[in-house]
Design a protein around this ligand. Structure first.
Ligand code: HEM
Length: 509
């Protein structure tokens, strides 16, 4: 009896201690930053996080309306400082507040399964390989994209003169995964297992990080071993390694032979090599499997969501489909090939794409940073070391910047680009304080040139070879789902597609 009571007391003490530690850990993690106005209801952090997930846009708008200064919100990742978009210049080139530190703090790259962001976080190798390798190979890779897009579309949407229904967000992911893999790892471009990873790893990654963030910090080092989402991530990494290893081994052997024969080492034009070259130059080792997963994380979903949004806007404004077909036809008549320079001539398409992203970006919070040291901004605001901060896109619907901001005008940026000094300012890939869907400044997305060409090539083939419409006589584009600051194309939306009869020789590419 005495012994049992002793055990009971010890157990009670252990449980109490655990609850106290848990509470303190949650409290410390969710403690608001000192000196910032808090926007949103005064409620416990759990409720506030739920509210952020369902109403981030309203909360951000309320903040921007009520103060001209930085303010804070309780986001699902914890307290978050938001800078009014006019303060973009304060952080765009400031190395004390970095995207890398944000990835590190929010994506658990030290836990097995999350290594997909390691190359970006540990050494900058991923970013430099995109900036140097991919961007310098853009002419070469763009020429490869056109035949691959044609083939991918034929397989996904087989010839049919009857309307057929497709779940377009899923189809888009498959096309983008296939085209991106064709460029990043050509050997796996037709490998279904790899293509599934290219599509699923990102969703699983962000879901796993989301779930883990909901766990109190003190429990995460244990919880990550057991969550179904993180187990799936670890399984994907094992599969990715099994699929990539034969290609890596073949390269090692070929390069070894060339070295032995005193020949120059062949450097394939793909992401395995881009990463290798940057890593060698920096004298660091980067696991090639993690590097390829990093490419997938950076490239596939961002591009796919952007593309789906553009397509929905096109179907909702069918007059542009005809105009774009004409533009495609005219450009092709002048120079019958699809490469970097002919794609540049698709100016209305470029303008339409930018207008679509202005109104429906992938995320309303594209610029995210963590302060690596305490920073005092020019207005005196003190950003504490370790604080998470971001800049929302909301300036893109500010009427003082874009007149009649909620009107979809596919010509908007084409017209602006024809004003004096506007030629390069208003392209899809151009960034500015008013246009931050790719970020702006030193860390603006270096993959945007590739993404832009990829989307244009697909549109060229899709619009010339297929007719498209929404089902049931719908004419309005489906509203995206809001998940915090992220905008997700409605997964229930289907579209109807049928092949075009080739009258004018339009679908010849
Ligand atoms: C339409 C598609 C895409 C969108 C909307 C997009 C968006 C973004 C955004 C918002 C950032 C953060 C910028 C900042 O913090 O200032 C970013 C960074 C980055 N993106 Fe993209 N991205 C896209 C496609 C790609 C592709 C295809 C790649 C690579 C193949 C890529 C590679 C990167 C890299 C390496 C960074 C980090 C840049 C740095 O830290 O300096 N992105 N992207």
């Amino acid at each position: 009896m005495f012994v049992e009571t002793g055990v009971g007391i010890k157990a009670a003490i252990a449980v109490t201690a655990f609850v106290v530690i848990l509470t303190v850990s949650v409290y410390l993690n969710d403690r608001p930053y000192a000196g910032f106005v808090r926007i949103g209801k005064d409620e416990n952090s759990w409720k506030a996080k739920q509210r952020w997930l369902s109403s981030a846009k309203d909360i951000m708008n309320e903040g921007l309306r009520s103060t001209k200064s930085p303010f804070q919100v309780m986001a699902n990742c914890g307290p978050l400082i938001l800078l009014p978009p006019v303060m973009m210049d304060e952080i765009r080139n400031d190395d004390r507040m970095t995207f890398k530190a944000w990835l590190k703090q929010h994506f658990f790259t030290t836990y097995p399964g999350f290594q997909g962001f390691k190359p970006a976080v540990d050494s900058n190798v991923f970013t430099d390989s995109v900036r140097i390798g991919l961007t310098q190979s853009l002419t070469h890779v763009t020429e490869i994209l056109s035949p691959e897009a044609s083939l991918a579309l034929e397989e996904l949407f087989p010839y049919s003169t009857e309307w057929r229904e497709y779940q377009f967000d899923q189809a888009a992911l498959k096309i983008i995964a296939r085209l991106s893999t064709r460029i990043f790892i050509p050997a796996l471009a037709r490998n279904e297992e790899w293509l599934n990873i290219a599509v699923d790893y990102t969703v699983d990654f962000f879901t796993a990080a989301f779930v883990l963030r909901l766990c109190p910090p003190i429990l995460r080092p244990i919880a990550h071993w057991f969550l179904p989402q993180t187990r799936k991530l670890r399984a994907s990494i094992r599969t990715a390694r099994r699929l990539l290893e034969p290609e890596l081994a073949a390269r090692r052997r070929a390069q070894e032979k060339e070295r032995e024969a005193g020949k120059p080492v062949t450097k394939p034009v793909d992401a395995i090599q881009w990463v290798q070259s940057v890593a060698d130059a920096k004298g660091v080792y980067v696991d090639p499997v993690y590097a390829q997963l990093n490419y997938t994380l950076g490239a596939v979903h961002t591009t796919s969501v952007t593309f789906v949004n553009i397509l929905y806007d096109l179907i909702a404004h069918p007059e542009y489909i005809e105009l774009l077909r004409k533009e495609i036809h005219d450009v092709y008549q002048q120079a019958p090939k699809w490469d970097k320079s002919t794609l540049r001539e698709l100016r209305l398409m470029d303008s339409f794409m930018k207008e679509s992203s202005r109104l429906t970006p992938v995320t309303m919070l594209p610029v995210n940073r963590v302060a690596e040291e305490t920073v005092t901004l020019s207005d005196g605001t003190v950003i504490p070391k370790g604080a998470t901060l971001g800049v929302p896109t909301l300036r893109s619907v500010d009427p003082s910047v874009f007149p009649d901001p909620f009107k979809f005008d596919g010509y908007r940026f084409l017209n602006l680009s024809q004003e004096p000094g506007g030629a390069t300012k208003y392209q899809f890939v151009s960034t500015s304080n008013d246009s931050i869907v790719f970020g702006h400044g030193k860390h603006a997305c270096p993959g945007r040139f590739f993404a832009s060409n990829e989307i244009k090539i697909i549109l060229v083939h899709l619009l010339t070879k297929y007719d498209l419409k929404f089902p049931d006589g719908k004419t309005e584009r489906p509203k995206p789902l809001e998940m915090g600051a992220d905008l997700i194309p409605n997964p229930d939306m289907k579209i109807l597609i049928k092949s075009r009869v080739d009258e004018a020789g339009d679908n010849q590419f």
